[in-house]
Ligand binder design. Structure first.
Ligand code: HEC
Length: 158
């Protein structure tokens, strides 16, 4: 349940909350069907993609980025939870695209998550300063961190 709540909290944070999660441990086992946690983490990723797409719309339209600070913080807090929502026992089910390397190369996976939330933290700082040009550049760095993790740890979908 704890891991599920973490996943749901992270998803909610992606919508504008300000929870800060720090290095959450994965539980030793999943006390509910693995499919439930896998569905929750997939929903979290979908919300995260939605936040990123909304940011791109603002960037392309030249709008103020100040209002994107909560979204950027949500990306960071979700990034902190990513390793925790891939505990042992969730390698398969619910059409997961998780690659086995998440478990065989845990340090690399955690590093990819850290690289992502580090970029998202910088994005939040730039949003707070309403630095439009800096935000646009950092947005690219942040989404590149999404892609870097996917290349190594997510099954190719296209
Ligand atoms: C540290 C690794 C990592 C980072 C960083 C990461 N992802 Fe992912 N992402 C994954 C993995 C692994 C999956 C597969 C999850 C599953 O199917 O269980 C996934 C799945 C997804 C999905 C599909 C969800 C579904 O419905 O099946 C989307 C969309 C997505 N990610 C978008 C993003 C975006 C956008 C970012 C950056 C803003 C991002 N991801 C950052 C590892 C990552």
């Amino acid at each position: 349940m704890r891991a599920l709540l973490i996943g749901l909290a992270a998803a909610a944070a992606g919508l504008g909350g300000a929870a800060t999660a720090q290095n959450l441990p994965a539980g030793p086992s999943v006390p509910f069907p693995a499919d439930t946690l896998i569905a929750a983490r997939q929903a979290g990723f979908d919300l995260q993609a939605g936040v990123a797409a909304s940011m791109k719309t603002v960037i392309d339209g030249g709008g103020d980025v100040k209002g994107l600070v909560d979204g950027a913080k949500g990306l960071s807090s979700w990034g902190h939870t990513i390793p925790a929502v891939f505990p042992d026992g969730t390698q398969s089910g619910h059409n997961t695209k998780a690659r086995p390397e998440i478990w065989s190369d845990r340090a690399g996976f955690e590093k990819a998550a850290q690289n992502f939330w580090t970029q998202a933290d910088k994005l939040a700082t730039l949003a707070d300063a309403n630095d439009k040009a800096g935000f646009a550049t950092q947005y690219t760095a942040t989404t590149q961190a999404c892609g870097a993790c996917h290349r190594s740890y997510r099954v190719r979908t296209n």
